[in-house]
Design a binder for this molecule. Sequence first.
Ligand SMILES: Nc1ncnc2c1ncn2[C@@H]1O[C@H](COP(=O)(O)OP(=O)(O)OP(=O)(O)O)[C@@H](O)[C@H]1O
Length: 777
Amino acid sequence: MLERVLAGIPVGESPLRHVAHLPERPARHADWPAWAAPEAVEALRARGAERPWAHQAEGADAVRSGENVVVATGTASGKSMVYQLPVLSRLLQDGRATALYLSPTKALGADQLRAIDELELDGVRAASYDGDTPQVERDWVRNHGRWVFTNPDMLHIGILPNHSRWARFFRSLHYVVIDECHTYRGVFGSHVALLLRRLRRVARHYGADPVFVLASATVADPGDLGERLVGTPCRAIIDDGSPRGARTVALWEPPLLEDVVGENGAPVRRSAGAETARIMTELVIEDARTLAFVRSRRGVELAALSAQRSLSEVDSSLPGKVKAYRGGYLPEDRRALERALLVGDLRAVATTNALELGVDIAGLDAVVVAGYPGTLASFWQQAGRAGRDGEGALVVFVARDDPLDTYLVHHPPAVLERPVEATVLDPANPYVLEPHLACAAAELPLKEESFDAFGGTAAETAVKALTSEGVLRKRPHGWYWTARERPHRSVELRGSGGAQIAVVEGDSGRMLGTVDPDSACATVHPGAVYLHQGQSFVVDELDLDTGLALVHAESPDWTTSAREAIDISVLRTVERREAGPHVSVCLGDVEVMSQVVGYLRTLPSGRVLDQVPLDLPAHKLVTRAVWYTIGEELLSGSAPGGAGLEPARIPGALHAAEHAAIGLLPLFATCDRWDIGGVSTAMHADTGEATVFVHDGHPGGAGFADRGFAALFPWLAATREAIASCECPAGCPSCVQSPKCGNGNEPLDKAGAVAVLDAVSTAGRQAGGSAGLHDRR
Ligand SMILES: Nc1ncnc2c1ncn2[C@@H]1O[C@H](COP(=O)(O)OP(=O)(O)OP(=O)(O)O)[C@@H](O)[C@H]1O
């Protein structure tokens, strides 16, 4: 297959940066546990699981014996059985017992519910309770449901606030299943962690103490993720006993285009999407069943279309064998596509990450990953769809024009040998904690004993703040919510809070969706191209006062990206480390003033059409940041190991180092480059020195800057490598240009950035690496 996709490319122009062969892994089996209900075992066997794999038996045993468990094994390793076996057995053996299943999306919940229904076990009474459940059915589920399938949003807004109507269910709650729990990261993860603390408190109120079963893609330290999410220790099951076929992994960097120039004359690479369409075409001709993961819905449609076009020139029967798949399609259409791919009627499908989670598709011949999906965990989840028992499979990772992707294809161990990342979330963020404590108090009055479950002193401080603001009232028996309106609706689990901006089609008045007020200026500014379920709209007007963005349907050729100008001031330094006399590294609270000053229009080829100025208000954000300062002697080179930069080059060098560092932080913290921002300056008023800041993009922070602080020197070393290994002469989107730079990517000094990062890294090494640095709190 690899030879086929490389055929016709002249030697010397090969985009292949590395090829690795991953060996086959045979299955390890165990026996069905003696406690399992025979009907459940029979039903699972009838579905093809003759005997459990070793990790399934280990996990299920632990759950049955009352341990909280997080199972973090590979894609399609049968994680569902780890909860299905103990939950079904309990429901069959105890006619009162109940269980709750939570999934991050309604579609995944529906898939898992269908899998349970197909087992046809009497008396289990599994039912979904989400936004789509009709009112009459809701009453039935509350009164009779035994295994309730829902999502965090519905638990938050529909179930916990009305817990007294769910008394029967809570009283007998034995198990809570949290599927795909690695998706609960960043601010969303912090919200879900607090929601689960509220759930445990309500369950305890009814005398139940449920066991938690979490299923996760492989993540580093799953036990820690489980404990952070649930608030109590979790045993990690990681020793994967499922079989896996051999795989070849190819790292691919699209070539630079000769006749296209980007911003400031920078070279542009062929887009990952175009390259992916080409690879898909070759694989279809080779008769390989292929899945291509593309980052955007629009990209998915374009890749499928382009592959169909090329195939029509080969054989008129081939274009029909390629399709697109993404969220926003009707469930029955999605099912039909999944089936067609599984049975081989379809040869290739281009998809968004909608096919990454939960959907039971595995054993394909090839997977193409177009652009790093943000985390290694996601990458392996996607790659895991390829590989059948006893047969080879191909995985191609195609780099996008971006520093992180560049770094990865040039540093194969960072993809192939690095442990997957830990999932970052911070339930102590006061911006998240306070509203959940208000919800908790509205559910059941808060007592001092409750503080421990919500983070101890952080919770106490938050409750005091809420009391002095008049949100809660202290009475002899605890803190009470006294307003008539409950607080739940004002807490947005998937956003940072505050009133959402409604996106409305001007002509029809149809509401398409909502966006976070914090990101509205960047995503729905006038002129922005806004995608909704694959359809393209252009924003006519953004009114922040009324919370309205008016759009009309239009599909221009270009995409838009907002440009932000940012200013930062230090409110409090929480931690500070000195790396020798000239470099210090700090973590603290900052105030970020940002303003969207314009937007860039870019063609799919990468060619930048123009920058359009905008006049929008500035936005204030109080959050966490990591920053390092560099003394003048080290920048100029008068100190040993210095960067040797003329004063005129310093701003460009720092700016370039900051951009690339933002691009590389996702390697160390599970964030997206859009979750963080940065500022660099040759002289900062608060530090008195040249400073590079990288800050969280959410109020109160989401834990990303903290991760950056903990891993600063490895992070800067990777940043330096990403810049140095890019072959462009003076900076391009693959290394130091940023897609959201408010200064139009000027000034940028690529060589200067390498010199600065070398000087800082040397100072760090001489000070004894990150572990040996002098700490000052
Ligand atoms: N012990 C077993 N023996 C044979 N097949 C099994 C066994 N356990 C599970 N399977 C099958 O393996 C496939 C994957 O199972 P499942 O969907 O539970 O995996 P998963 O780890 O949850 O997947 P994902 O990574 O997509 O979340 C299913 O088709 C299931 O029927």
